[in-house]
Every structure is written in C-alpha cells, then in structure tokens.
Design a protein around this ligand. Sequence first.
Ligand code: SF4
Length: 210
Amino acid sequence: MITEETKALVDKGIMLPLMEEFYTIQGEGFHKGTAAYFIRIGGCDVGCHWCDVKESWDAGLHPPTHVGEIVEKAIAQSKTIVITGGEPLTWDMTALTNNLKANDCQIHIETSGAYKLSGAWDWICLSPKKIKLPTEEIYPLANELKVIIFNKHDLIFAEEQAAKVSEDCILYLQPEWSNRDKVIPLIVDYVMNNPKWKVSLQTHKYLNIP
Ligand code: SF4
C-alpha cells in the first residue's frame, strides 16, 4: 500500500519505482561492450507488442525507492550508469540525474522519447516507437537513434525518424530479438545499400548476460 506521502515523492522524482539494478556489459548501440550499471525504472504505457520487459509496465509492482539509495548502490559498482525501463521519462529524472552527476557519473538514458525530457544526460539513446511517437524536443538532442526492426515496414519508419534527428546522431537498426532470423538479412542488405545506418545487435543476449 503506497501512502499519499510516497506518491507525492514519486511524482517529484525523489523516489522512483525501481524494478531492478545490475552491473553488466552494455550490449547494444554505441556503447556496446562497455561495463555499466543498469537502473531499470518501472512504468511504461507505450505497449510495444514485442516488448521483452513487459513485467516493467505496471509501476505499481515496483517498490518506490529513494534516489539517494539507488545512487549509493550504483556508484559502489560503476560510474557509467544506464537508466532504462520501462519508460524512464514516465517520471521526473531531475533528482536522480543530479545526484548521479554530483557523484561524477556518466549518465546514459534509453528512452522511447514518448514523454517530456527531464534530467541531465551525457548520452541519449532514442528508440522511437510507432504507437507512441517521441516528443519533438528530444530529436535534436539524441546522440543515437536506435530503431527496432520487426518487419520491412519498420525500415520506412526508421527513415522518417532519421530525418528528425541531428546530423551527428548515430543511426542504428536493431533486429527485434524474437524475429531476428527473418529480419537480420533485411537489415544487412539495407545497411549495405544505405551506409549511413549501422547494425546494432543485442549482444548481451548472445553473451547470456542481463
Ligand atoms: Fe517495452 Fe520499451 Fe516499448 Fe515500453 S517502450 S513497451 S518498455 S519496448
């Protein structure tokens, strides 16, 4: 049972519904291969049918946790922090990122961009979803655009999204894991014909790590 007081702290981002946290190797995108501490925040109503963390969707299942407590555990392991979800921008990320910054952390976010951007970030990985598009404000700030490819129509969506990010933004196409055998040949062919894109693979799944 969450009290009104706790709910008010969650609304301000002083507490956040913490689903899990773990030290591992970033498997995807630009920082793949880098050791990083992952903080997975619960809550997402984007509703991707292929989502591989559906247990994150209901924020009520994940205990509201003070950001100070989250940060203390994180910095004991690493100064490279990845905030993921769920959709972390469901919540105000200001308190969490200020606290991490005060501890000299490098802070990355993985987001669909569907909600207002909050927090201070060293790296924004924008992974837009067709069913709930990013806010306009996040496109020029994205450091990498990672589009998940489930079928060939997603390649059209990827180009529409790439037209909105900055010139410096690194462009990735990543096969949706359950459909990878079908879509990897499509992606390989597409990237060879459109070399502004790179392939991103979920290497942590091949390495059998979280
Ligand atoms: Fe899952 Fe991310 Fe889609 Fe939310 S935005 S449903 S967490 S894949």
